[in-house]
Design a protein around this ligand. Structure first.
Ligand code: 5GP
Length: 205
């Protein structure tokens, strides 16, 4: 019998442009894990190179709203004019299989998950500085000046929510950040509250 059999829900969040996506990619590129990425649903238009069903499920606003009514999201948020949400069924399915499910979402959604799944691990990815964040948003070059400005203002407010999280990981270097997240996941598995029942069962064998 293993000491811990339950899959862990890992929420990676933080301001737009902080590099959550790149950190998540580096995390998934690491060897020897059973992480499963929860592909989100969105009403935003695909960017060049994005693939439906891999990067996001791209749907119409009508389709998204229908799913909200049907209570099919674990969380959802309207972020700078578009909807983004986590399909509930896939997350539950993977957790039941004992896999680690990783969500990469903005902060409003993360706070909803905290209400609904308090056992999840909440990791806030922070920029090394505001200047660094601005630089990243500008050089990404995928949004107009107005949208970048809006995202930066939003980022300032989002950074204020960092105390709601279990861990803060500064994205000074993408591989270091991914390493620290992996260390957090491993340590969380050894937490007494997560493995106590199985531990007692082991001692009875
Ligand atoms: P982008 O348009 O740059 O892909 O994403 C915008 C923001 O939405 C990012 O902060 C991203 O992490 C977040 N996001 C992506 N998927 C979800 C989701 O399912 N739920 C929530 N709440 N935010 C999401």
């Amino acid at each position: 019998m293993k000491l811990n059999q339950d899959g862990l829900l890992v929420v990676i969040s933080g301001p737009s442009g902080v590099g959550k996506g790149t950190v998540r990619q580096a995390l998934f590129d690491m060897k020897g894990h059973n992480l499963v990425y929860s592909v989100s649903m969105t009403t935003r238009q695909p960017r060049a190179g994005e693939v439906d069903g891999v990067d996001y499920y791209f749907v119409t606003e009508e389709e998204f709203k229908k799913r909200i009514e049907e209570n099919r999201f674990l969380e959802y948020a309207n972020f700078v004019g578009n909807y983004y949400g986590t399909p509930r069924d896939k997350v539950e399915e993977q957790l039941a299989l004992g896999n680690e499910v990783v969500l990469e979402i903005e902060v409003q959604g993360a706070l909803q998950v905290k209400e609904r799944k308090p056992d999840a691990v909440f990791i806030f990815i922070a920029p090394p500085s505001m200047t660094d964040l601005e630089h990243r948003l500008v050089t990404r070059g995928t949004e107009s000046y107005e949208i970048i400005k809006e995202r930066l203002e939003k980022a300032r407010r989002e950074i204020g929510l960092a105390p709601e999280y279990d861990y803060i990981v500064i994205n000074d270097d993408v591989h270091n950040a991914a390493d620290r997240i992996m260390a957090i996941i491993r340590a969380e598995h050894a937490r007494t509250k997560r493995c106590l029942d199985n531990y007692y069962a082991l001692m009875e064998e």
